[in-house]
Every structure is written in structure tokens, then in C-alpha cells.
Design a protein around this ligand. Structure first.
Ligand code: ADP
Ligand code: MN
Ligand code: MN
Ligand code: MN
Length: 342
């Protein structure tokens, strides 16, 4: 029997790309075979001019479609030009190269994706035209006075699990209607592919509840935490010893590295990394044990064990996972190689 393949890709919207998708019906003969290349109208997605509008979709990751069920699948694609070179909006191709170059260091990532539900123009749980009680009780809370949207969150978690994504947890965040899910720890390409599909499933799941989800890094101005995408990172050497942990932390502070990273960590990063609300100022790099006010945190358990991973707390919720993982692998693995800690 024929089945439905939802082809998903990342568009050219600036400053933050959006997800797009459309459905292709595939015949029985397509089962188990290599998924076909497809195309779309790039002039409708900020990826081409009208007079030469064709862009190519190359399947790179597929999984069961938990929403349609049966034999239906989700197909994440890279966008290519018609000569099959990577499109300028294709950030995955560059990550694939860097991940390949440093594969022997076995880098892995766990990304914490924070997001906020909106309904009728307000964060879910905000009274119309006003504000709820200040943050303090909502993080990991329970009860109808603190928790808004749990039915959506549970449905999204189930969908991610049915799709076989490497989702590893969920929690309610510090503002009403704000939540987090974690993906990983897995390889750079895996964590990023799974994250993009998990984001698509978040929007798609919430759609059925009449709720929208946003990765806006500062969805409410004022005394409310923004939304980030803390990126936890380790290599084999870091999982085996503390010297490599310190080398990685130091490498992120060298020369132009702090700015090179921060300016690619999501649009609007200076609005979120203010030095308040559990952030470090965007223009001042720091690292420290247990310090949630540092750019990079070494978890207490890592210091105690003398090995483990580091948490880059700077990336915005709207960061491109292909970009943040590429930068971290490139900076830290180059430094570890130079220090002979591989
Ligand atoms: P917190 O909210 O305290 O910062 P979370 O539990 O939300 O922490 O996220 C911790 C993340 O660290 C998880 O996504 C997990 O996958 C990731 N992680 C754990 N061990 C490693 C490791 N060795 N390398 C990379 N990431 C890791
Ligand atoms: Mn977390
Ligand atoms: Mn969090
Ligand atoms: Mn964190």
C-alpha cells in the first residue's frame, strides 16, 4: 500500500529560520528503498528569486510519523541548489564536514530546548491584559495554578518517543506556559537532526490543541527568564579526565572565540544574555563550577568525578543546532587536539 512521507526542511526566513513541510505519497516499492529527492518553490520560503525558484530537498533523516501512524514517515531534508551543492541556508552540510573531521574524538551533545506556549496573543497561563504572580513557583511545579499546557507537553513527549527520537526528558520552566525538553546525549548530527524534528513535532502537536509554541528567546519583557538552549558537550577525553574539561572551557574564552560563538547563538542574544536571570553578559566570557551565572558551567558532579561534560549556557532557544554544535566541536576539538588531549 502507498504511504505518506512528510518532507520537512529549514527555510530562509531571517533572522531566524522557520520549518516548512509538505507531503509526498510514496508507493509500496519505496518501502525500505532510498527516499527520493524532491523539490519546492524557494521563492515562497526566502530561498530563491521567482525567476529561478527551484530548490532541491535531499532526505537526510527519517523516522516513523507518530501523528499519522501506520507506515507513514517524517523525512528531514537538506536544501540543495539544482546543481546539488548545499544551498546558502543549509547549515547542516558544514556541520557534517566538521563532525567528520573530529569524529575520532567522539563528541556528543545533550541540548535543553526551552520554549513558550502562546494562545490568543498571550503566554499560556497569563491573565488577559495582566501578569501572573512573579516567577518562583512555576519551575518543575504541579497544580492548575502553576502549570499550563501539560496535556500538550505530554502529547509531544509521546510523539517524540514514538518517532524514536533521542528525547531524554521534559520539565516545566520558570514562567507560566514555558517548558523544556532535552535531546541527547548523542552525536552532533544526530542531536541536531532529532532537535529539528522534535521542534516540528512540537509545533504540529500544539496545533491540534489550538496553541502555538515559540522559541522566542525573550517572549515576555521584564523580570522573566528568557528561553535558552543550554548545550551540553563532551568528547571522549572529557568523559575520561578533568584536564580536557578545563582545556575545552579555556578554548571557548580565547581571542575572538567568545564573540564568534555568541553572534551565532541565535537572533536577539544580547536581549537574553544580560547578566541577570541566570545568564552571563553576552560580551563577557566566564566559566565556573556549578555557576548558573557563568557562560559555561561545569556541573558539580563533573568536578567531583574529575570527568564528564560542560554546559554552554549561552545559546538562545532559537539557535540553529547545526551551528552551535559545529562551533563547539570546531573550537574545543581543535584545542584538545593541539593540547594532545585526544
Ligand atoms: P540542567 O537543567 O540541570 O542544566 P538537564 O538535565 O536539563 O540539566 O540537561 C542536562 C543535559 O546534559 C541532558 O540533555 C543530557 O543529555 C546532557 N548530558 C549528560 N551527560 C552528557 C555528556 N557526557 N556529554 C554531553 N551531554 C551530556
Ligand atoms: Mn534543563
Ligand atoms: Mn532550563
Ligand atoms: Mn541547563
Amino acid at each position: 500500500m502507498s504511504f505518506k512521507a512528510e518532507y520537512i526542511w529549514i527555510d530562509g526566513t531571517e533572522p531566524t529560520a522557520k520549518l516548512r513541510s509538505k507531503t509526498k505519497i510514496l508507493g509500496d516499492d519505496a518501502k525500505g528503498a532510498e527516499l527520493p529527492i524532491w523539490g519546492f518553490d524557494g521563492s515562497s520560503t526566502n530561498q530563491a528569486e521567482g525567476h529561478a525558484s527551484d530548490c532541491v530537498l535531499k532526505p537526510v533523516f527519517s523516522c516513523p510519523d507518530p501523528i499519522r501512524g501506520g507506515d507513514d514517515i517524517l523525512v528531514l531534508c537538506e536544501v540543495l541548489n539544482i546543481d546539488f551543492t548545499p544551498h546558502v541556508t543549509n547549515t547542516r552540510a558544514a556541520l557534517a564536514e566538521v563532525a567528520e573531521k573530529f569524529a575520532s574524538q567522539e563528541p556528543i551533545f545533550g541540548i535543553e530546548q526551552e520554549y513558550t506556549f502562546f494562545k490568543d496573543g498571550y503566554p499560556l497561563g497569563f491573565p488577559k491584559g495582566g501578569f501572573p504572580a512573579p516567577q518562583g513557583g512555576y519551575y518543575c511545579g504541579v497544580g492548575a495554578d502553576e502549570i499550563f499546557g501539560r496535556d500538550v507537553v505530554e502529547a509531544h513527549l509521546d510523539n517524540c518517543l514514538k518517532a524514536g527520537l533521542a528525547i531524554s526528558g521534559i520539565n516545566a520552566e520558570v514562567m507560566p506556559g514555558q517548558w523544556e525538553f532535552q535531546v541527547g546525549p548523542v552525536s552532533p548530527l544526530e542531536v541536531s537532526d532529532h532537535m529539528w524534528v522534535a521542534r516540528w513535532l512540537l509545533y504540529r502537536t500544539a496545533e491540534d490543541f489550538g496553541v502555538s509554541a515559540t522559541l522566542d528567546p525573550k517572549p515576555v519583557k521584564g523580570d522573566w527568564n528568557g528561553a535558552g538552549a543550554h548545550t551540553n558537550f563532551s568528547t571522549k577525553a572529557m568523559r575520561e579526565g578533568y584536564d580536557a574539561i578545563i582545556t575545552a572551557c579555556e578554548s571557548l574564552g580565547e581571542g575572538s572565540k567568545p564573540l564568534d560563538h555568541v553572534k551565532n547563538y541565535g537572533a536577539g542574544i544580547d536581549d537574553r544574555l544580560t547578566g541577570l536571570h541566570e545568564t552571563a553578559p553576552w560580551d563577557k566570557y566566564s566559566y565556573g563550577v556549578s555557576n548558573r551565572g557563568a557562560s559555561v558551567r561545569i556541573p558539580w558532579q563533573v568536578e567531583k568525578d574529575g570527568k564528564g561534560y560542560i554546559e554552554d549556557r549561552r545559546p538562545n532557544a532559537n539557535v540553529d543546532p547545526y551551528v552551535v554544535t559545529r562551533l563547539l566541536v570546531d573550537t574545543c576539538c581543535s584545542a584538545l587536539e593541539k593540547a594532545g588531549q585526544v
